[in-house]
Design a protein around this ligand. Structure first.
Ligand code: MN
Length: 757
């Protein structure tokens, strides 16, 4: 650092060393000065400027020693005084009675100072990173966890917003280590053990690429990019997968001299190795919210090994690690700094807005987390007005962000000119046009998809206002959908006692009727999964890998449908095999069947909901071999009995038995009738449970209505033909019972239908 004023820097060190002399770090032996020095080292690696380094040396002086901020200002100037002041917490004396308030107010001060000079927060991040590396020295486990949580929830997102990947990854992994030690250790072992193999593979891949680049006279540098452990863990969690199923994906970064070379080398790689087109991202033409630029692609590399390749220029690479920091720190000259970043970033303005709120409240931290510290995307209205949303937000979030009525009546959307459902996830630079309909109103299922607090509040407040009857039928429908997915029968057959036993644990409330439970679901007070968990019927208990189930998808055929269905299963299932697809004769419809490995019922539902979101999908069902076998076996048995029963009657009425046991024959036939009645009930239940879609078919109900009539007419013929001594009354009463049962079931079903329509 040729520009460094060595004398001034040395003076700062000596000042800090003297001020902290006699103080010892938590490990009981290291002198305190080692901590500010370590923070300086981190900042040097970020190419921080002189004032930043000096402020880092002095950052704990005013708070922990006799020396004051004023003295620092007099010795090192206003800038340093301002930077150190931003990091220094508010006085303990003033907040003795309410230390949490002191925390909140100190954080506000830190952020307000950072908004004026971003170097404040960068020093704080370096300070926090060193404190995290020595966190093990704190004896109190609760305190350790509190600090790690705070780091993960506040400082990691800030590092991310600033685009300082270097700091973000290191902070994240330290938090991960203290918050989930066993997962951390497992994953670390797994990644460490695969390193040798990956290194060998990377060397081969690099050799191929370098040869290609040389042939085309492009200068490149290639290095392996190891993802940090926490980001691997996060993506595993998001997919509901366990540490065991982490795949050996290799990450490679190719550095070139110009943007033109980026695209050229991309072309060469795609010609050499087959790309997974869906995974291609052009962040050069469309930089990320924090300014990050690069080309991302996934290819089947040497020997078909899945390889993630990132291609960028040298400047972009530096920026990928240091992000916004380079615009504010002096290490890189201004003309080298790429254009992706702007000083007046929107989130900093938001921080100021939230921080300036006079009221001291716990909401400050919550607001900060929800509205500022998430990854953001920027979506455009048809007129080009930018709307700022959290990453993962869907069309509904967008609609509510513009106007409540637009959200309440959003029916579908035009996304970049293409019609999509309102649950579609948005990406930066999407142009969204909402199509409304008076018929549409907020639906509880929307809560699954929305990301913003605003949309959630609006949906819930709308649902609160709707009538009790509507809430009940809504809740019933939602619960039935989940029960159908899991083959758990009809909502009306649920036992209140059993439900209450489970629900009282999770909700602390006893429900007086099933309807009250449905109403609570319909209002969003309890979730369908709380009910399913209360049933204790989480059939799939998947600590050890899970359970295989078979899923069938029916969809309207279209271009790339199979790829989309496959990708959902690949992404969300723990494992899959025997994926099969075929189309109807005129290729209108497509069918897919696959065995997938799932963790639990919630996981099954997640997969179902994601499949249902695929464009064109009509139905998703869990096919059940047990249900199929039971139905086929019962059906064949009934058919067999039906076919041979006239023979039996004939045999029993003729000699040598003929006439000898008239009562026996008569009773057997009565018994047979009741058996048939029982079989019918069982059959309807069986179908309802294992083939929920069949329940919705009118043709099936027609057959059910017809069967008793056919059976009874045949019986009448038999009575006359064989001259049986049967009471017409018994048959009549039996008929009435049967139709009563069918009628009740049908009424239940058609009420559902109306609700749905
Ligand atoms: Mn410190």
């Amino acid at each position: 650092m040729p520009s460094l004023d060595e004398k001034r820097f040395r003076k700062a060190f000596e000042f800090a060393e003297e001020a902290h002399r006699g103080q010892i770090r938590k490990d009981g032996e290291t002198p305190y000065i080692a901590h500010p020095v370590a923070a300086v080292e981190i900042l040097v690696s970020l190419k921080a400027d002189e004032d930043t380094l000096i402020s880092a040396l002095l950052h704990d002086v005013p708070e922990d020693t006799d020396k004051t901020l004023k003295e620092i200002g007099e010795m090192f100037g206003d800038k340093v005084e301002f930077l150190v002041d931003g990091i220094t917490k508010l006085s303990k004396v003033q907040y003795q009675k309410n230390m949490p308030d002191r925390q909140v107010e100190s954080l506000k001060k830190l952020l307000l100072h950072s908004a004026k000079d971003i170097r404040v927060i960068i020093i704080k991040l370096a300070d926090r990173l060193h404190n995290m590396t020595t966190l093990g020295n704190i004896d109190n486990a609760e305190k350790r966890l509190r600090i790690a949580t705070e780091t993960l929830e506040i400082y990691v997102p800030i590092a991310n917003l600033l685009g300082i990947r270097e700091l973000k990854s290191r902070l994240e992994d330290m938090c991960f280590k203290f918050m989930f030690p066993s997962e951390y250790n497992n994953l670390k072992k797994k990644i460490d053990s695969g390193r040798e193999k990956r290194k060998k593979y990377v060397a081969r891949f690099i050799e191929v690429i370098e040869k290609e680049a040389e042939k085309n006279k492009i200068k490149i540098g290639v290095y392996e990019r190891e993802k940090n452990l926490y980001s691997i863990y996060k993506s595993l969690c998001a997919l509901g997968k366990t540490v065991d199923s982490v795949d050996d994906r290799v990450g490679i970064v190719v550095i070139v001299e110009s943007i033109k070379d980026c695209y050229q080398i991309l072309g060469l790689i795609h010609l050499k190795f087959a790309p997974l087109t869906k995974k291609f991202k052009d962040y050069i033409a469309n930089p990320k919210g924090n300014g990050y630029q690069s080309l991302h692609t996934n290819v089947f590399g040497v020997d078909g090994v899945s390889t993630e390749v990132q291609i960028r220029t040298k400047e972009m690479d530096i920026e990928a690690d240091f992000g916004m920091a380079i615009n504010f720190l002096g290490g890189y000259s201004a003309d080298k700094a790429p254009s992706g970043h702007t000083n007046d970033s929107k989130w900093l303005k938001n921080v100021v807005k939230i921080s300036e709120d006079k009221e001291v409240s716990e909401n400050f931290i919550e607001d900060l987390k929800l509205d500022v510290l998430q990854d953001r995307i920027v979506v455009l209205t048809p007129r080009g007005r930018p709307v700022d949303l959290p990453k993962g937000a869907c069309v509904i979030d967008f609609a509510y962000a513009i106007h409540t009525n637009l959200g309440n009546h959003a029916q579908k959307a035009e996304l970049n000119g293409k019609l999509v459902p309102i649950t579609s996830t948005l990406e930066t630079r999407d142009v969204v046009k909402i199509i409304t309909s008076k018929e549409v109103s907020p639906d509880l299922s929307w809560l699954h998809f929305v990301k913003t607090n605003l949309a959630k509040t609006k949906i819930l407040s709308y649902l609160k206002k709707i009538s009790k009857v509507a809430k009940i039928s809504k809740g019933k429908e939602l619960l039935q959908t989940e029960l159908d997915i899991l083959h758990m029968g009809l909502v009306t057959n649920l036992g209140l006692k059993k439900l209450n036993k489970g629900l009282v644990v999770s909700t602390g409330k006893l429900f007086v009727s099933l309807n009250e439970i449905f109403e609570a679901i319909g209002e969003g007070k309890i979730g369908t999964f709380q009910v399913i968990e209360a049933l204790g019927n989480d059939a799939v208990n998947g600590e050890s890998g899970g359970k295989w189930i078979s899923i069938k998808v029916v969809a309207k055929n279209r271009f790339r449908l199979m790829q989309d269905v496959y990708e959902v299963l690949y992404k969300y299932a723990n494992d899959m095999n025997t994926f099969k697809g075929w189309v109807s004769k005129n290729a209108d419809m497509a069918y897919f069947i696959s065995d997938v490995l799932v963790k639990n019922s919630k996981h099954i539902s997640k997969i179902f909901h994601e499949l249902n979101r695929v464009e064109g999908v009509i139905s998703v069902t869990k096919t059940s071999r047990r249900g199929l076998w039971l139905s086929v076996a019962l059906g064949s048995f009934l058919a067999l009995v039906w076919i041979i029963h006239p023979v039996l009657i004939r045999m029993s009425t003729q000699s040598p038995f003929g006439g000898q046991f008239p009562n026996l024959v008569q009773n057997t036939i009565y018994f047979g009738l009741f058996l048939m009645f029982g079989a019918l009930i069982f059959y309807v239940k069986l179908i309802g449970k294992f083939f929920p879609l069949a329940r919705k078919k009118r043709s099936l109900w027609f057959v059910v209505f017809l069967l008793p009539i056919i059976a009874t007419s045949m019986l009448a013929v038999e009575i006359l033909y064989f001259d049986l001594m049967l009471s017409w009354w018994v048959i009549f009463i039996e008929m009435i019972f049967m139709y009563l049962y069918i009628g009740i079931n049908y009424a239940d079903f058609s009420r559902f239908r109306e609700d749905r329509d």
